[in-house]
Design a protein around this ligand. Structure first.
Ligand code: HEM
Length: 559
């Protein structure tokens, strides 16, 4: 009996302590010892919404390669980013159906984002990518403009009053993306229907309830993706399962309406709209009907289309709405207000031509700087070292600063996080936690030549990880960028913005480091400065932690 117990204890000691600390191929990698023993520590950081900042601290202490679990390594260099993401490391190991992304399906169907199998992913992507190609989005420019222009009506009605721009921009992004999914006839009109001057975006009307449902599902991201078995009891405990269900039903209902139209051969386009939108639903529907005997479409196929659309509706509105909110808050801060005038000078002649907006340097700088510092997805994008990877050796700087190559076995989870990559001073320059669009412009004061600037700009543009890299990079990037460029160019050609003093009595006058997650005073007292109020949630996809951003608009004409 004693011998058996001893044998078990020795076995456990070997498996849980000796092997991970001394014998595992990862054991020589830098990183705190306790993280090498179990994944529970890093999981707990995710649960407490502290992972992104914690990883950043680990990289500052241990370097660009850190072991963060017995089977998980975090990287923070552009070379590693390219190797993992441009090398198309898969989202699942051996197509085993598990992993971070597996829970992102809808209606019991995987979509492009949650598909782990690389071959199945390429097949799906072929069917859906043309809707968001640059030329297709530009062709749908009339629709995008018509939708966004509704924002100016809402703002004009409320000039001089404060508006919750987080609500405004989530609505704007939803109004735009829903047309690309269901057709302009079935797109939302949240810009007009929601009152963005009321106290919060929470539950004032059925449409606002939909937003609340989406936000509640984002708040459950840890349980959805990393602890799915706990999802049900936790959702019940917080009483949010029903609200999330409502948002899902809302998406499905719209899908059914548009699908019925398609089946009846009716147009999905709003009669008043001159330029038609290329839509996801008709593109996928067409693809299925092309198949042999495709006329007998099963329910399963429809669920697949619905799952794809649901993913784009959620991903497309939250990310774009959050980024626009951070751009306008940053530009409204006293230290950044000069950028409003620069945008005004640069953009007022060009807003009519969506293609021209791409060539405007100040606009590009403002958007890129927001994408760098306020990436809507700042958290790690996990991948697996594939079996096929020839000699899975990775260059690593060890604790004693020596460089070596370490074998990282197939099946190990490897990742980079945009939050840390974008804080690297090479190539982004000094004060990386501060919003400074000038880092994207030519530094004439220090004698930078045009050629030097072009090279530096190219390196910075290539180093941006906001939309991912490689095969799995964001499908909606062109739509998001064109939408944001048109919105910001037009907004600052028409208005000036400032932070509402009733919302924040203590506006920071100087440029200071932006804040991520719960730290310091925000845990104990109500945050007082705008930096505190605009802390970024420390999660895979971020949003303003307080769920609000109140700005005041003034007309340029009145100046
Ligand atoms: C500022 C706005 C946006 C940002 C920052 C963003 C960011 C990202 C990132 C980082 C990924 C890769 C994630 C990973 O591998 O973990 C991704 C994938 C994806 N995004 Fe976006 N996104 C934005 C807007 C949109 C929009 C508007 C749509 C749709 C209309 C969209 C649809 C998708 C899809 C379908 C994927 C999965 C692609 C694949 O796996 O092949 N995104 N996005």
């Amino acid at each position: 009996m004693i011998v058996t117990v001893l044998a078990i204890l020795i076995g456990l000691l070997y498996y849980f302590v000796i092997y991970p600390l001394f014998l595992s191929p990862l054991s020589s990698l830098p990183g705190p010892k306790h993280l090498k023993l179990t994944s529970l520590f890093i999981l707990n950081k995710s649960r407490k919404e502290q992972r992104n900042e914690y990883l950043q601290k680990l990289h500052e202490k241990y370097g660009d390669v850190v072991q963060i679990g017995p089977n998980e390594v975090a990287f923070n260099s552009f070379e590693h980013m390219k190797r993992i993401y441009m090398g198309n490391f898969p989202k699942e190991f051996d197509n085993n159906g598990v992993g971070f992304y597996s829970q992102f399906g809808n209606f019991n169907e995987r979509n492009l984002f949650s598909t782990g199998d690389s071959k199945a992913h390429i097949e799906k992507k072929r069917n859906v990518s043309k809707v968001y190609s640059k030329s297709s989005v530009i062709q749908s420019g009339g629709y995008i403009k018509a939708k966004i222009d509704k924002a100016w009506d809402a703002i004009d009605r409320n000039l001089g009053k404060s508006m919750n721009v987080y609500s405004l921009f989530l609505s704007l992004a939803m109004d735009v993306v829903s047309g690309f999914e269901y057709g302009s006839k079935y797109s939302t009109n949240f810009l007009t229907e929601i009152d963005h001057t009321t106290a919060s975006i929470e539950g004032k009307s059925s449409n606002e309830d939909v937003f609340l449902g989406f936000r509640e599902s984002s708040s459950m991201w840890f349980y959805t993706t990393l602890a799915p078995s706990l999802w049900s009891p936790v959702a019940k405990w917080y009483g949010i399962g029903a609200k999330m269900g409502k948002a899902q039903q809302w998406i499905y209902h719209r899908f059914q309406e548009a699908l019925t139209s398609l089946q009846q051969g009716s147009s999905l386009s709003d009669d008043q709209l001159q330029s038609p939108v290329s839509t996801m639903i008709s593109s996928m529907f067409e693809e299925f009907t092309k198949e042999p005997n495709g006329t007998s479409k099963s329910l399963l196929r429809y669920e697949q289309i619905a799952s794809e659309i649901a993913d784009h509706v959620v991903a497309g509105h939250e990310t774009t709405g959050t980024t626009l909110t951070y751009i306008c808050w940053e530009l409204s801060r006293p230290c950044n207000r000069q950028w409003q005038d620069k945008l005004f000078e640069e953009c007022q002649q060009s807003t009519g031509d969506i293609q021209k907006l791409d060539q405007l340097p100040v606009l590009h700088s403002v958007i890129q700087e927001a994408c760098r510092l306020h990436s809507a997805i700042p958290g790690s994008e996990p991948r697996y070292v594939p079996r096929s990877q020839e000699g899975s050796k990775f260059e690593v700087t060890l604790n004693d600063s020596t460089k070596t190559k370490v074998e990282i076995p197939p099946g190990t989870v490897v990742s980079c996080q945009p939050w840390s990559l974008h804080l690297l001073q090479t190539p982004f320059g000094s004060n990386p936690r501060q919003f400074d669009p000038s880092r994207w412009l030519r530094d004439q004061a220090s004698g930078e030549t045009e050629e030097e600037y072009e090279t530096r700009l190219k390196t910075m543009n290539n180093s941006i990880f906001t939309f991912g890299q490689g095969n799995r990079m964001c499908l909606g990037m062109n739509l998001a960028l064109i939408e944001m460029k048109y919105c910001i160019a037009t907004l600052y050609s028409k208005y000036t913005t400032s932070i509402c003093p009733k919302w924040c009595a203590n506006v920071c006058q100087q440029n200071k480091d932006v804040l991520m997650g719960r730290r310091g005073s925000a845990t104990s007292t109500y945050p007082s400065t705008d930096l505190d109020l605009m802390r970024m949630a420390d999660t895979y996809t971020t949003s303003p932690m307080m769920g609000q951003c109140w700005l005041r608009f003034e007309s340029r004409d009145a100046h």
